[in-house]
Design a protein around this ligand. Structure first.
Ligand code: EPU
Length: 355
């Protein structure tokens, strides 16, 4: 029976549910909206109890991991659960592979550090990405030519309605550039409880992106790549602990070859990369060249070292940020004929979730 759990656990977990809790410290923008009901899940069993309670009480469930890719723009009705499921196990696999199973509430960067310490290859380019392991597949985190989908074997999920737990193969998760079914058709249906990564024991470094190779002295090693990625990110991206932000606020837009060629004629120094049959434009460059870098508006602004990142200096609500987003989108559309798409996930979930 899916929701059959022992009585003392049920009592303890249900008693831990709080009412009207500020989410200010649970989203890296620091916006101060409230959760109608709030609880922390530190095991699969307690998560099941919380879901059963929400089903019985007929309230929605919203899961939050590290809160580093979220734009909370209103109070959240129903039960907000913070995912703190912990644990990590490694197993040897044939062909010199290591299968690393990690619970969703672990911090992503700590997993990368652990892999580097153990000399396991595959996620070193994804160093210093904030947030939890469970959030990583939702937007298919990526940096320096690697995306989590490249090393992900399976994702373990819990069905929000039945409490059933099962594994889904990575190839069935609809992974694309900063996208997956977890952002689309599985939103509000499945909760990620664990992931299975397939890492390599044999050296296999990818240095061709973002000038990584040029920044490494001598023979590249796993540790040097990790240290370099950390250094580059620390230079370009604000630490959410000192300046509130959610990383890249816009996706790099993908345009057709025709549109790319036209833009290249008008803007000869346009920064772009071939992407499948199309071109990906550096949104940071578009926004920077349109004059937005370092601009402030009310208590929010465009980060002065990376125009793709919006930062919150003093605002309690998302209104000023949403205004700034609208202005930037409008300006980019007018100047380049390109529509920017927001990258972080918005909460509360908007009713139109078709994907
Ligand atoms: N650029 C500018 N001005 C700026 C920012 C960028 O001219 O203010 C130009 C630079 O010429 C640079 C190019 O744009 O060469 C690309 O910039 P960068 O290398 O900083 O990467 P990005 O496209 O801005 C993407 C990811 C990052 C990831 C980096 C490194 C997206 C939306 N963002 O940024 O991911 O760390 O590549 O691989 O794809 C995130 O998703 O939150 C994130 C930080």
């Amino acid at each position: 029976m899916p929701f059959n759990t022992d009585d003392s656990l049920v009592q303890t977990v249900e008693a831990s549910i709080q009412k009207d809790v500020s989410l200010a410290t649970y989203n890296t923008f620091g916006f101060s909206y409230q959760a109608e009901y709030f609880a922390i899940a530190d095991s699969c069993e307690s998560l099941k109890v919380l879901l059963a309670w929400a089903n019985r009480s007929n309230v929605n469930v919203t899961m939050i991991g590290g809160g580093s890719n979220l734009l909370i723009s209103d109070h959240i009705g129903g039960l907000v659960i913070i995912n703190r499921l912990q644990g990590m196990q490694a197993h040897e696999h044939p062909n010199n592979l290591i299968c690393l199973t990690v619970s969703a509430g672990e911090k992503w960067h700590q997993v990368v550090e652990h892999a580097v310490e153990q000399s396991w290859y595959g996620i070193e380019n994804l160093a210093l990405i904030p947030g939890t392991v469970g959030a990583a597949p939702v937007q298919n985190i990526g940096a320096y030519g690697v995306e989590i989908k490249d090393v992900l074997a399976r994702v373990q999920v819990m069905d929000q309605t039945s409490g059933d737990v099962y594994w889904i193969n990575a190839k069935d998760c609809g992974f694309a550039y900063r996208d997956s079914h977890f952002k689309g058709k599985w939103k509000n249906k499945l909760i990620i409880t664990s992931v299975e990564l397939m890492l390599k024991k044999q050296a296999d470094l990818l240095l061709s992106y973002g000038g990584l190779a040029n920044r490494i002295d001598g023979e590249p090693t796993l540790r040097k790549v990790f240290d370099t990625v950390c250094a580059v990110r620390a230079e370009k991206l604000p630490n959410p602990e000192t300046l509130s932000n959610a990383g890249s606020f816009f996706k790099n837009p993908i345009v057709s070859q025709e549109q790319h060629n036209e833009l290249k004629k008008r803007f000869s120094d346009l920064v772009s990369f071939a992407f499948e049959d199309n071109f990906k434009l550096a949104a940071g460059w578009l926004i920077d060249q349109a004059g937005w870098k370092g601009k402030k508006s009310k208590g929010v602004g465009v980060y002065d070292k990376q125009a793709l990142v919006l930062v919150n200096y003093t605002e309690q609500s998302a209104d000023a940020l949403l205004d700034l987003e609208t202005q930037i989108k409008q300006s980019i559309l007018e100047r380049y004929g390109v529509e920017l798409e927001r990258e972080p996930v918005q909460l509360p979930v908007q009713s139109n979730t078709a994907h």
